[in-house]
Design a protein around this ligand. Structure first.
Ligand code: TYD
Length: 133
């Protein structure tokens, strides 16, 4: 599993900075859903799931947090998101956990599908068995 970051162009002038993200141009899918995670309490770890058929880009638009991504064959820990111009691509069938949220963390997620609880795999052993086919 290769960790894929997407670098977004910062458009700025003397007033400050701006980032624009367009589907199928800056990111590889159509955006069906946007959500953001904020106000995460200290020492909270979240995620703990994979999706059967959903791609996502996570962007820490404020503050910082860390990701663990696991393909079932390889686990990469300590992936730091701490800048609004960097997106982390999370493919389908990747187990993810998020942790070390700073108090000011706002984690924006762009998703390729509408919310669908039946797309979640929330049990790690089940995830491994699906990966192994
Ligand atoms: P969940 O995906 O479990 O959060 P995390 O992966 O960050 O730990 O979602 C938390 C709750 O929010 C859960 O009850 C489902 C609900 N939810 C929606 O209704 N729509 C959404 O788009 C998302 C992502 C979650």
């Amino acid at each position: 599993m290769k960790i894929k970051f997407i670098d977004f162009n910062i458009l700025g002038d003397e007033r400050g900075s701006l980032i624009a993200i367009e589907e199928l141009k800056d990111i590889p899918f159509e955006i069906k859903r946007v959500y953001y995670i904020f106000g995460t309490k200290q020492n909270v770890r979240r995620g703990f799931h994979a999706h059967k058929d959903l791609q996502q880009i996570a962007i820490c638009v404020s503050g910082s947090c860390k990701f663990l991504l696991d393909s079932g064959k390889k686990r990469v820990d300590n992936i730091v998101l701490d800048t609004p111009n960097k997106g982390l691509f999370i493919d389908k069938m990747i187990w993810r956990e998020m942790y070390d949220f700073s108090e000011d963390c706002v984690l924006l997620v762009l998703a390729s599908e509408y919310y669908d609880e039946s797309d979640y795999i929330r049990d790690y052993d089940k995830f491994l068995s699906v990966v192994d086919g």
